[in-house]
Design a protein around this ligand. Structure first.
Ligand code: FNR
Length: 193
């Protein structure tokens, strides 16, 4: 069975982030097919196009880690009905210098989680808009707006408790592993012999 390296990018810097816990739970459920690592975004300076000629080392580190991955799992909260600034900054950092975007062609999934009932739908779709522009094949289904997620959704070890949320994350996990495999397998088949 093929196993793929996945970069997890979490849109929250909060220590107790529910989104980080969802990301780690999702990946743990598919550990036989996905090997996931969180790629940190908390040390990234604000992107400034002037730095393209001589980028800060944090940009180089981030770009290298994303470039090495077979796929990207974004899991993000919604801030004021949009993508948190720290995550948008990371997306912008990875997209430059022009023509050298590390997001290009990476299969991805976008998951949003919130204690609210809309489940971060606004942030999820705002991020999708950027992903389309960045030429990332993004998994369509199951849709992943996880509402009513809070500290009670997890046990003391940070794992999802049994219930409908865990079942949904399990189906997302399987679908994402299938999606990454499908994209890589199609490329292999279509590659010139
Ligand atoms: C929020 N929160 C929030 N929730 C939501 O569903 N829609 C929203 O637009 C917002 N806006 C918002 C703005 C700001 C500045 C903060 C700090 C929070 C609540 C948010 O979903 C909640 O704090 C989550 O727990 C954040 O996710 P993490 O950090 O737990 O992963």
């Amino acid at each position: 069975m093929d196993r793929y390296e996945i970069a997890i990018v979490v849109g929250s810097l909060r220590e107790g982030s529910i989104n980080r816990k969802v990301a780690l739970s999702l990946c743990a459920m598919a550990h036989e097919r996905l090997n996931c690592d969180i790629v940190g975004i908390n040390d990234l300076p604000l992107y400034n196009q002037d730095s393209d000629a001589s980028p800060p080392e944090q940009f180089e580190r981030f770009r290298k880690e994303i470039a090495a991955a077979d796929g990207v799992l974004f899991v993000t909260p919604e801030y004021n009905r949009g993508v948190p600034g720290v995550l948008k900054n990371a997306v912008d950092v990875g997209s430059r210098p022009y023509g050298k975007s590390v997001w290009n062609q990476k299969p991805a999934a976008i998951v949003s989680a919130s204690p609210g009932s809309i489940g971060g739908f606004g942030a999820n779709h705002q991020l999708r808009q950027a992903a389309v522009f960045l030429n990332m094949p993004v998994m369509q289904h199951p849709e992943a707006y996880l509402g009513h997620v809070n500290d009670d959704s997890f046990d003391a070890g940070g794992k999802l408790k049994d219930g409908p949320l865990k079942d949904l994350v399990m189906s997302l996990s399987n679908a994402f592993a299938d999606w990454v495999h499908l994209i890589h397998e199609s490329r292999r088949l279509l590659a010139p012999k």
